[in-house]
Design a binder for this molecule. Sequence first.
Ligand SMILES: Nc1nc2c(c(=O)[nH]1)N[C@H]1C(S)=C(S)[C@@H](COP(=O)(O)O)O[C@H]1N2
Ligand SMILES: [Mo]
Length: 217
Amino acid sequence: MLGLGAAGVAAGPYLQQAQSAVAAKDPTGLTALLPGGGGFRYYSVVSSVPARTERTYALTVDGLVDRPARYRLADLRAMPQRRIVRDVQCVTGWRVPDTPFEGVSLAHLLDVAGVRAGAGAVRFTCFDGTYTESLTLDQARRDDVLLALRMQDAPVSHAHGGPVRLYVAPMYFYKSAKWLSGITVTPTVRPGYWERYGYDVDAWVGRSNGRDDAPTA
Ligand SMILES: Nc1nc2c(c(=O)[nH]1)N[C@H]1C(S)=C(S)[C@@H](COP(=O)(O)O)O[C@H]1N2
Ligand SMILES: [Mo]
């Protein structure tokens, strides 16, 4: 009993710290709605992100793969494209129903790269220089996980993380890394940016964080 109590006291400050860090850096309700954003809120953990263009954008794929590569936008557009229309759900409560995303399925890109034995996870890095995310290899191979080139039937805008963002349809939107610049296949999951502040690594909508009861559909 005494031991449990002590553990509770020890955990308390960490959780409070985590919550205030989230409030300071993910200020839902304080950030302006994007013009024509249709319910989306703009999120970035850094104050400004340089734009990448057709000429300057590249996606690096490396780690435990047979064929590490750098893909330009034209390379990604030449791959089979897949369209998904699902709800976007932020863990802080806002939701945008029936949002189309279109792009290359991550499973396809992983097949092209040739995942090696010993791989168990995928790590995502962003050209904002700071944000990171991760998925287990099984999650990454789902058919509802995309490297999105289009969102709402237009190229992904800079504000929404273009030219290429991740879209993990079954999970809270913090998994959907914006300004995607790197995919590294790793042995195990390395928790992403928000996950260091207490968000669940497995971010299934309605089944994690205990913050809402959204349907998983
Ligand atoms: N690079 C990067 N990706 C990110 C974030 C971020 O701050 N930086 N925020 C995440 C969170 S918490 C949400 S809700 C969505 C917001 O996407 P939006 O700005 O297109 O609405 O992006 C996710 N991906
Ligand atoms: Mo979010």
